[in-house]
Write a protein that binds this ligand. Structure first.
Ligand code: PLP
Length: 400
């Protein structure tokens, strides 16, 4: 019996999740592994949000809702866009689903035909390419080098567009690099998009509340208001409010697209959990102090990681402007011999070496479409990060 369709054969399990499973298995065996592979905040969901969810359950909000979100949630999302980005959306321009992941999938299912192309700047979030493959279309990966701070330039975008291009994916701040586009950079990309009428932009802004320095988060659409009928802003409560397990993501975009996305969701999962919707209303409309506290903590952790990385001459990484990842160039380690006698031939070998020798779990750059690198998440305690960086430094020194 064949249990796997041709479509399913095109994709692989999420590599970040696989590394995390390996790390957990070693921990279960009593081995002291520090897991820097996970892409989620280590904080607890703020108590006011949990209380709102509890109240909602007690008040009987435990039934099906409208398939792509309650009017109250859509209103809270619209209010948040107005507050944070000065962007106005009506309820029929907003959809909510089981995480930003489902929202992105809905958008692709809604719009793509076989042979259509999606431009994905690399390094990219691991799921983008597989989602495009799963709906039968073609990811067009554009490498964005270290020296460009891993950002897509207007000329690289222009060169990648063909008559089959349907979407540009733009993830700012980025997972895995933390690269964050300035207003000028967003406008330059928007100008290219304007010249190509069939191209839409999926602006994945799920890390927009996690930024360093004085910059406030700027949406692609806020920088390019003339593109309102061709931009889908994707966001969610997972990263900003430490709510990854609640599975609540959302998008704002052209009403006809939002309608198709809702239709698809109504025939697949129906509504995101009613309780999570109530929680998300509180997250978006309640007190926002948690965001400041989380940002300050991530900033301190970023300092620990980058001070340590700067002291390891064989590694280099640009300091991210947002999100909570370091994307580390490990090309100097390629060709070195690990203690088990194996040559480190690629970044998967480097990640394996770091897990086996330094007992730290990182995700190899191959998963993000650009090698040789590895991604370290600093969404873990300062103490764990200090120990992890110490182990990293010693493991690298031992290779030379
Ligand atoms: N987009 C990016 C860039 C991400 O890093 C993630 C999660 O890791 C998601 C989307 C999906 O978030 P969720 O489905 O938890 O809302």
């Amino acid at each position: 019996m064949n249990y796997e369709s041709r479509r399913a054969q095109l994709i692989k399990p999420s590599p970040a999740i696989s590394v995390s499973i390996q790390a957990k298995e070693l921990t279960r065996q009593g081995i002291d592994v520090i897991d820097l592979s996970v892409g989620e905040p280590d904080f607890d969901t703020p108590m006011n949000i949990i209380q709102a969810a509890t109240e909602a359950m007690k008040a009987g909000q435990t039934h099906y809702t409208a398939p792509d979100g309650t009017p109250e949630l859509k209103q809270a999302i619209a209010d948040a866009f107005r507050r944070d980005q000065r962007l106005d959306f009506a309820n029929n321009e907003i959809t909510a689903g089981n995480g930003a992941k489902q929202i992105i999938f809905n958008a692709l299912m809604a719009t793509l035909e076989p042979g259509d192309e999606v431009i994905i700047p690399a390094p990219y979030w691991v799921s983008y390419t597989d989602m495009v493959l799963l709906v039968g279309s073609t990811p067009k990966v554009v490498e964005c080098p270290y020296d460009m701070n891993f950002k897509l330039t207007a000329s690289a975008l222009e060169a990648a567009i063909t008559p089959r291009t349907r979407w540009l994916f733009l993830n700012s701040p980025s997972n895995p690099t933390g690269a964050t586009y300035s207003k000028e950079e967003l406008i330059a990309l928007g100008d290219v998009v304007k010249r190509h009428e069939n191209v839409m932009v999926l602006a994945d802004e799920i890390y927009d509340q996690i930024q360093y320095g004085d910059a406030s988060p700027l949406s692609f659409l806020a920088a390019n208001p003339g593109l309102k009928d061709r931009v889908l802003i994707v966001n969610g409560v997972s990263k900003a409010y430490a709510m990854t397990g609640w599975r609540l993501g959302y998008a704002a975009g052209p009403a006809p697209l939002i309608k198709v996305m809702g239709k698809i969701q109504s025939q697949s999962t129906s509504n995101p959990s009613s309780v999570s919707q109530a929680a998300a209303i509180e997250a978006l409309s309640g007190p926002q102090d948690f965001l400041d506290e989380a940002r300050a903590e991530y900033a301190a952790r970023r300092e620990i990681v980058f001070t340590a990385l700067e002291a390891i001459p064989q590694l280099r990484a640009p300091r991210p402007d947002g999100a909570f990842y370091a994307y580390v160039d490990c090309s100097a380690l390629i060709g070195r011999i690990a203690p088990d006698g194996n040559v480190l031939e690629n970044d998967s070998d480097v990640a394996r070496f770091l897990l086996n020798t330094a007992r730290i779990a990182v995700v190899p750059g191959a998963a993000f479409g650009m090698s040789p690198y590895f991604r370290m998440s600093f969404a873990t305690s300062r103490k764990a990060l200090e120990t992890a960086c110490d182990r990293l430094g010693r493991a690298v020194q031992d290779l030379f």
